[in-house]
Write a protein that binds this ligand. Structure first.
Ligand code: SF4
Length: 289
């Protein structure tokens, strides 16, 4: 086990602060680029308002959106079982100190513990590796975009055309509710649970990098073009910028299955990562699992 140079609880507070107050640079650049090509006046003003909001949030160190989401954590590398308690403690502190909106409730009684904890919270995915570091990544996920998640168990005969139709329908049916311009995370293959998880993980991939898989890279480009030709636009008010990017992950699946999942990230797709090693803690927002 590696000796961590800083308490994990402190790292988690810093991570949540970074993710909530600073939009990743690749997403900021994509918003600026979109403002450069938008000819629709309302779309242009919406993009301007979003960018203004992002700048102010970073300047004053406050969350860029009132819905600070439910933080989804990914822990990769070497770690021991105490890391879950440290993440919980860090989240509870961050909720008070940043502050974050207490979003978690009992699904039936709707009782809110007030600290973003509760049964099953926070969600932590563990990816053990033999590396000499521990990497903690957080993806705070707001409800507006999360509620638009869709899973389809397609017929294998539906093929690429069926996958594209499914993704386009999911984004257009969502309309303005996930606060576009969006980043569209897509999972293809696996089992139903893995497919939905991949769609969310796809949102962690920097949007200014090409997909390593040439087929997925082509599909991402084709979906990007189709969705931005739809006219939905920023906040669903019209324009040429419905999505900032489409990111796809895939896994092999059963020969009789073709699972497809869509997880939409709003304009405030927040992510941050901390790599903890003997030499210290390195924070970044260009995350790739
Ligand atoms: S969808 Fe995103 S931008 Fe819209 S309210 Fe939720 S967190 Fe905020």
């Amino acid at each position: 086990m590696i000796k961590l140079p800083e308490p994990v609880e402190d790292v988690v507070v810093n991570l949540l602060r970074l993710a909530n107050t600073k939009l990743p640079m690749d997403i900021g650049w994509a918003l600026e680029a979109a403002a450069g090509w938008e000819t629709n006046e309302i779309a242009y003003s919406q993009l301007g308002a979003i960018m203004d909001n992002v700048k102010k949030a970073e300047h004053i160190g406050r969350p860029m959106c009132q819905d600070t989401g439910i933080p989804v954590f990914y822990v990769r590398g070497r770690f021991d079982s105490t890391i879950s308690d440290s993440i919980r403690a860090g989240l509870e502190r961050a909720t008070k100190e940043i502050p974050l909106r207490p979003n978690t409730v009992d699904p039936l009684t709707r009782e809110n513990p007030g600290n973003n904890l509760g049964q099953g919270m926070p969600i932590i995915h563990f990816i053990p590796t033999a590396d000499d570091f521990t990497e903690i990544t957080v993806l705070p996920k707001g409800a507006g975009s999360e509620n638009m998640t869709r899973l389809g168990m397609l017929n294998p005969a539906d093929g690429e055309a069926g996958i594209k139709r499914f993704v386009i329908d999911a984004v257009l049916d969502a309309g303005g509710r996930p606060c576009p311009p969006s980043i569209v995370g897509v999972g293809i293959g696996g089992t139903s649970d893995v497919c939905v998880a991949m769609a969310k993980e796809a949102l962690l991939q920097p949007i200014d990098e090409e997909n390593d898989d040439p087929v997925l890279n082509r599909l991402e480009g084709e979906l990007f073009q189709s969705l931005n030709s739809s006219g939905l636009g920023p906040m669903g008010l019209g324009g040429s910028t419905t999505v900032l990017a489409v990111r796809i992950k895939k896994a092999y699946c059963h020969t009789a299955s073709l699972p497809v999942a869509v997880n939409i990230g709003c304009w405030a797709t927040r992510r941050a990562s901390a790599k903890i090693s003997d030499s210290g803690v390195e924070y970044s927002q260009g995350v790739k699992l």
